[in-house]
Design a protein around this ligand. Structure first.
Ligand SMILES: Cc1cc2nc3c(=O)[nH]c(=O)nc-3n(C[C@H](O)[C@H](O)[C@H](O)COP(=O)(O)OP(=O)(O)OC[C@H]3O[C@@H](n4cnc5c(N)ncnc54)[C@H](O)[C@@H]3O)c2cc1C
Ligand code: FES
Ligand code: FES
Length: 1364
């Protein structure tokens, strides 16, 4: 390696080979760091967490897609001459890019013990933190925004959060808490406390997003409230308290302009930051294969996920010429390193200043930037990076190509200018740059009069998503006419490169902009923009249709603009909405709940909206998650080796190369399992480590254990497995049906005589529906730290699991030791949702085996892609149904068969198909029913529990036939559903009589709160006036049975220790995953013991305190553990009773001390089992459930018939949670569950190849709902006066039941599609599978454009992805 030194040698260090490397100097939270061994492959996140122990910043994905790792990076920008503060993804930011930067993490802005920052306090108090794993990232996005804009607008907040995901809250409370910082919702921050806060004294809205609606007393005993927190408690914002930018960095930053080259060297990579353009060109000549890295948002992904190694990295970010912005006669020239944020700022300013006809292209770029990644990415990603990456789905390249932008390329040999046309991208991810060249700048031209320009991006999710099809379109007319002089249509997503539709445009030059041109353009585009039916990315018919639909939008938009310029008649009013650019309206919401009775004691917190007990710690990063546990001395890291084949025999596993790699300590294979290699949560049909065959891609074969994560992961990739393919490979439910590949037993529930009833029914219809699975996407992936104790085979495990006992027993089995030697401890999880109920043991058993083998602590936190690959998700379902019904719409007979895609092991699938059957009638009384459930055995990773546990799948198919019945009769679906609703005294198909069903009350309240009648009328009106956008409405009920269907699980334990100072340590069998279980348990104990909640502490869940616990699942944990806690309190109360009687004026501490001195035990175990349960499939008798939860929701949506996108306009939910234990937590569960359902039914799609390979392995390809997906108007009401005598303090379960209510969004979409189909003369039932993604919506909205792009004949090609 040659020496790159130039300039002075201050700050340089020598390595052992006498080569001089630089010292990286930066600040973290105000403290100076001088890193002598900065590794170019290390990210800022790893450095913060592992080197500095700052674990507040979280790892959620490593790919810039979730925002959990957001920090603020401040630097002196020499080219702007000021300090800039940006939110940045620490998971992508290379450590070496931070020289002379100041990093602020969540720990740097506040702490619980010290002082909280208002951004931390407000999100917590507004109940915007559930599991808290996303919270530090959200806090830092907000903090960075406030540093730049002390009083932002709501739109600024929405923009700031485009790159942040939360899987728990449903986002509403986060926006609500933060609205208090904005111009629109600004709060005095309690400053005017004496006169009351501005938010409570009438001058502001109470609860920032509420629409000001408050509810009065219903009667003397019952008050409804719409306020879940009191903004008067908020601390004021004090910008003077912020950490200042270190003065030292200011002067160093100024020096950097004329500074010197810097070099950092790691194990495999050299990082050079050239001091000048010339220096960069020289280096590029010397190292033509060197990668330029600016934002690292492409290169970082390539290195992490594609296993690419770039030995030399050149970092040109500070070079003046590459950062300049110059205005020329033709347009604006942007240096290639200008960030996308800067690009947006400059263009926005220009658009504000110049006449509109000059800025058509600028506006198009801005429109693309609106939907380009999240702000954290745009803050660092460079314009040049986007161009040179040459991605076929780049969002900017189609615009630059249609605009024929001028690119300046430069090498040591000189400069050249090229136009971006179809020759610039000679192939997939290739450009016309020679290896020695760099991109210097891009010129974005002004438009001229007579030129019209648009850009379009269609992606599965609107915010922060990559395109399916993206486009730039430009037309120039012969002066004063509508005759086309020049037309450029550029598309991304239709080939291996960005392309121009040259054949089409060449035919259209010289033609009038009119209907004939449109027709010819569409026919020609349909021919020119073809795709092979097997094309990567799939959705081929949709993508082809989009090219036409987007052109049509352009066609109409141009007509509109021509008319505005005095040419032509414009666009028919009913077509105009096709030209509208999407504008997100700031959401409003109302939450209504019943306040506690007026006489309730102040310190009795049951029923009050008490904040999640860990919320404040979660906002400061102090809450400890599994991977935040400090490293043990001698600790090792484990990486998994998984199968790349769905069904194969393992011929050999060669670990020789891996074992020789740096840091590697050992490899672990099946032979290393000391106990039993057979495992499984219900039946032992799995292996800890595969022995001779693999039965899914992702099957765990072995593991590599090394000193660090990177070493372990690199070596795991070097393990070579040789396979022999086995047949068959069964991936889909249809494959399984064809091969009769089912697990036993086949379950059936039958009541009445459906066959006879079909004969007597007025009508019979048949149908089918497929419903896709769902990835849990808990923000914290699976994690285990296993610590062998060194004696008697003891081991302590820290695990992110919902099932401590199951983990304990399966680890003990694998280790061959009794369960008593294994302690499993769970502090908290960053989300679970069922995904950590059984599949978490896949990892914990392997980590335990490795720790046992090596006698050292071993840790592993799965990367997001591994977690998604290995741990399965919600079961996809396919349902076939036959329904008999009367003219009125009354359903009299149902025969339904469910098939669920179980995967390669049984896991919990039997209980899941059973729950689907238990919910096959949803909320409707049907006299004659037969339901059959088949578990399909396939070669996919085993699917598992997921919020709702088969219920949401079972009920979804119910609503499909309900919709079919209504459509076939031409009746309103609301009327048909209402007619069939259960009423008091009805019994279910499994013969359980419904006691006090509250469905009707929920239904009526929902209709009224949603103003259903007016809404329906307004929709009809809207639809008659809009051809290309349609609105739809649906009201959907739910009934959800509460109990584990496996009888023995309906038990719980608790342990309470009272110490002599009166403090109480509470433990129970449930785990905390964000749902607020610990908070509710403290509330229960507080009331039961009659002491303030502040005296009660929960530390963790552990198998050594409460044994034999059921998983925290089935929504039943508050019921079960709450009753066990109550039982323990009762025991303690009885023991304390004599001391209270003796000293009635004494206090809790007095009684406790007296009891202690009297030698009375102050520790008690509580226990509870649900009484009178036990259903028998053989006799269809016995109680399956303790009780039922009910709810109803009504949603309104708007679809874009041309693109298939939809907007969630309105949702009203009325949910029966009994007498709420904690309305804030319960509403949080309702909204969070609902939004997870919105993801399930409209957005989230797991995409598998026909060979069982999962493509969707991270937030880049798998889209959960984002901030922008919440309904514009969201109203949640907890049903009042609905006590439930079957659970603790009259409450009801809440975790799972609300999820299904999101089906109202799906069926509202279906309603809107019906309106669109009516325009093409189509009526009656039609099939719409779930999720209702844009491609599904678009394809069923049949019209002239879909006709031009018929799908390829099934069976004539192998699709890229299959519906599993
Ligand atoms: C979460 C996420 C979301 C994203 N969303 C979108 C999206 O919505 N739309 C979209 O189009 N893209 C998207 N991207 C892709 C990416 O952000 C962009 O392509 C970005 O503009 C790349 O810029 P960068 O500075 O980070 O590139 P880097 O990763 O730093 O570099 C990318 C490539 O460009 C080369 N390069 C950079 N500058 C020069 C130069 N001056 N001369 C020669 N070569 C150069 C590098 O050598 C490298 O090959 C997304 C990426 C992520 C991680
Ligand atoms: S961990 Fe960085 S964005 Fe997800
Ligand atoms: S609170 Fe946001 S992911 Fe859990």
């Amino acid at each position: 390696m040659s020496d790159f030194t130039n300039g002075n040698s201050k700050g340089l260090i020598m390595d052992h080979s006498d080569t001089v490397w630089d010292e990286l100097i930066f600040f973290v939270n105000g403290k100076k760091i001088s890193e002598k061994h900065a590794d170019p492959e290390m990210t800022l996140l790893t450095y913060l967490r592992r080197k500095l122990g700052l674990t507040g910043t979280k790892l959620g994905c490593s790919e810039g897609g979730c925002g959990a790792c957001t920090v603020m990076v401040s630097r002196y920008h020499p080219h702007l001459g000021r300090v800039v503060h940006h939110s940045v993804n620490a998971c992508l930011a290379p450590l070496c890019s931070l020289h002379h930067c100041a990093v602020t993490t969540v720990e740097g802005i506040g702490s619980v013990a010290g002082k909280l920052h208002p951004v931390q306090e407000r999100i917590a108090k507004a109940h915007g933190s559930q599991c808290g794993f996303c919270t530090p990232g959200i806090v830092m996005s907000m903090y960075a925004l406030l540093r730049n804009k002390p009083t932002p607008r709501m739109t600024d907040i929405e923009e700031a959060f485009q790159g942040n995901l939360c899987r728990c809250t449903g986002y509403r409370p986060i926006l609500e808490g933060y609205k208090s910082f904005t111009k629109e919702g600004g709060c005095c921050g309690g400053k005017s406390k004496e006169n009351g806060c501005c938010m409570t004294n009438g001058s502001g809205t109470n609860g920032a997003l509420t629409n000001g609606h408050t509810e009065d007393h219903v009667n003397d005993n019952s008050t409804l409230s719409t306020s879940l927190f009191d903004p008067a408690d908020f601390m004021p914002v004090d910008p003077t308290q912020e950490i200042i930018f270190p003065p030292e960095l200011m002067s160093l930053g100024k020096l950097q302009v004329s500074g010197r080259q810097l070099r950092f060297r790691g194990e495999r990579v050299l990082w050079v930051q050239p001091a000048s353009l010339q220096g960069l060109l020289d280096l590029k000549a010397q190292y033509p294969n060197a990668k330029l890295v600016v934002g690292n948002t492409e290169v970082g992904i390539e290195m992490k996920f594609k296993n690419l190694l770039y030995p030399v990295i050149l970092a040109p970010a500070y070079i003046a010429e590459l950062n300049s912005v110059q205005h020329t006669k033709e347009g604006i020239v942007f240096g290639a390193c200008c960030s996308l944020t800067q690009l947006g700022e400059v263009l926005r300013e220009e658009v504000g200043q110049r006449p509109p006809h000059q800025t058509e292209i600028f506006q198009a770029v801005l429109e693309q930037l609106r939907w380009f990644a999240g702000l954290q990415i745009r803050n660092v990603a460079a314009i040049g990076g986007n161009i040179v990456t040459a991605s076929p789905i780049s969002d900017l390249n189609p615009v630059f190509m249609a605009a024929s932008c001028k690119l300046t390329l430069m090498s040591r040999g000189g400069k050249r200018e090229v136009r971006m046309d179809d020759t610039f991208f000679p192939g997939y991810r290739k450009t016309a740059l020679s290896p020695e060249e760099i991109l210097l700048s891009v010129e974005i031209p002004y438009t001229r009069k007579g030129q019209y320009f648009s850009a379009f991006k269609q992606s599965p999710r609107r915010e922060d998503d990559i395109s399916i099809v993206t486009s730039g379109m430009s037309v120039t007319f012969v002066d004063g006419t509508t005759v086309v002089k020049d037309l450029q249509l550029s598309y991304g997503g239709m080939a291996a490169t960005t392309v121009l539709a040259k054949n089409t445009t060449s035919k259209l030059v010289g033609r009038q902009w009119g209907e004939e041109l449109l027709q010819d353009a569409c026919s020609s585009l349909a021919e020119e923009m073809t795709l092979h039916p097997s094309a990567p990315g799939g959705m081929v018919t949709y993508r082809r249709t989009l090219t036409l639909s987007l052109f049509y939008k352009f066609y109409l938009t141009v007509h509109q603009k021509l008319a505005a310029d005095g040419m032509g008649k414009g666009v028919r009013p009913d077509f105009a909405s096709a030209t509208e650019i999407y504008h997100h309206a700031t959401p409003t919401s109302v939450q209504v709940y019943q306040e506690v009775p007026s006489g309730q004691k102040e310190d009795d917190v049951v029923g009050r909206p008490m904040m999640h007990l860990s919320a404040l710690k979660q906002t400061t990063g102090e809450a400890v998650y599994c991977d935040d546990i400090p490293l043990y001395e001698n600790e090792l890291y484990l990486a998994l080796v998984t199968s790349t084949k769905a069904h194969a025999r393992i011929l050999a596993v060669d670990v020789s190369e891996a074992e020789g790699m740096p840091g590697v300590v050992s490899c672990v294979l099946a032979k290393d399992v000391p106990g039993s290699n057979q495992t499984g949560p219900a039946v032992c049909d799995e292996t800890v480590l595969a022995e001779d065959t693999v039965t899914c891609v992702g099957h765990i074969i072995g593991a590599v254990v090394a000193d660090t994560q990177v070493h372990a992961q690199r070596a795991a990739k070097a393990v070579k497995v040789t396979y022999e393919d086995l047949q068959p490979v069964i991936v889909t439910i249809q494959d399984a049906i064809a091969n009769k590949s089912f697990y036993e037993p086949v379950r059936t529930i039958q009541r009445g005589d459906p066959d006879q009833a079909f004969i007597q029914a007025d009508h019979v219809l048949e149908g089918e529906m497929h419903m896709g699975g769902q990835e849990h996407f808990y923000l914290e992936t699976n994690c285990t730290v296993a610590v062998p104790k060194g004696e008697d085979g003891e081991m302590e495990l820290f695990v992110s699991t919902q099932a401590a006992t199951k983990t304990q027993s399966l680890v003990a089995k694998a280790l061959g030791v009794p369960s008593s030697r294994v302690v499993v401890r769970v502090k908290r999880m960053g989300g679970g949702f069922g995904g950590k109920e059984s599949r978490s043991t896949l990892l914990s058993t392997v980590v335990a085996v490795a720790a046992q083998k090596l006698k050292r602590p071993v840790r592993c936190m799965l990367d997001r892609d591994e977690d998604m690959l290995v741990t399965g998700g919600r079961h996809p379902f396919y349902g076939r149904y036959k329904v008999g019904y009367m003219k009125t719409g009354k359903v009299v007979a149902l025969d339904v068969t469910y098939y669920n895609n179980v995967g390669n092991s049984r896991d919990l699938s039997l209980s899941i198909i059973e729950r689907a059957l238990f919910h096959m009638e949803n909320s409707y009384h049907i006299a004659n029913v037969r339901g059959t459930g088949y578990m399909c055995k396939t070669h996919l990773p085993s699917n598992t529990a997921f919020r709702g546990f088969g219920g949401p799948q079972g009920m979804m198919i119910t609503e499909s036939w309900m919709e079919d019945v209504a459509m076939s009769l031409g009746l309103s679906s609301e009327q048909v559903r209402r007619l069939n609703l259960y009423t008091q005294g009805d019994s279910t198909p499994y013969n359980q009589v419904l006691e006090h069903p509250t469905l009707e009350s929920c239904w009526e309240e929902c209709l009224q709160r949603a103003q259903y009648g007016q809404r329906r009328a307004a929709i009809q009106d809207y639809n008659s006036q809009h051809r290309w956008t349609k609105r739809g409405l649906a009201i959907i009920p739910t009934k959800f049975g509460i109990s584990f269907t496996a009888l023995f699980l309906n038990q719980a334990g608790a342990l309470i220790h009272v110490y002599t100072d009166g403090s109480v340590l509470l433990t129970h069998g449930g785990t905390e995953m964000g749902q607020g279980l610990h908070t509710k348990m403290v509330q229960v104990a507080s009331r039961a013991l009659g002491i303030p909640s502040s005296k009660i502490h929960i530390s963790e869940t552990s198998t050594s305190t409460v044994p034999n616990t059921s998983p925290t699942a089935a929504s039943a944990s508050s019921d079960l553990n709450g009753a066990a806690v109550h039982n323990a309190c009762d025991i303690l109360n009885k023991r304390l009773e004599p001391y209270k009687t003796k000293n009635p004026t004494g206090c809790w501490e007095d009684w406790v001390r007296a009891a202690y001195f009297d030698r009375v035990s102050l520790s008690a175990n509580g226990f509870y089992k649900t009484p009178d349960l036990g259903y028998d499939f053989a006799t269809n008798s016995g109680r399956a459930f303790n009780y039922f939860c009910y709810g109803v929701s009504c949603s309104e949506v708007e679809i874009d018939c041309l693109t298939g996108s939809h907007k969630n306009l309105h949702t009203t939910i009325v949910m029966d949670v009994g007498t709420s234990l904690n309305p804030a937590l319960d509403i949080g569960q309702v909204e969070g569950g609902f939004m997870q359902g919105v993801g399930l039914y409209t957005l989230e799609e797991l995409r598998y190849s026909p060979q069982g390979y999962l493509f969707t392995r991270g937030p880049g390809m798998y889209k959960i709902p984002a901030f922008g997906d919440i309904p514009t108007d969201l109203n949640v009401s907890l049903l009042r006066d609905a006590p439930n005598n079957k659970a603790i303090f009259s409450s009801k379960a809440v975790g799972e039941p609300p999820l299904f209510l999101a089906a109202s969004v799906f069926y509202a979409i279906k309603d809107a599609i019906s309106a669109a189909r009516a325009e093409s003369g189509l009526s009656g039932p039609f099939r719409l599978d779930s999720p209702a993604t844009p491609d599904r919506i678009r394809i069923v909205c049949e019209d002239r454009f879909t006709k031009l792009c018929p799908p390829a004949q099934p069976g004539t090609f192998i699709p890229w992805a299959v519906q599993v």
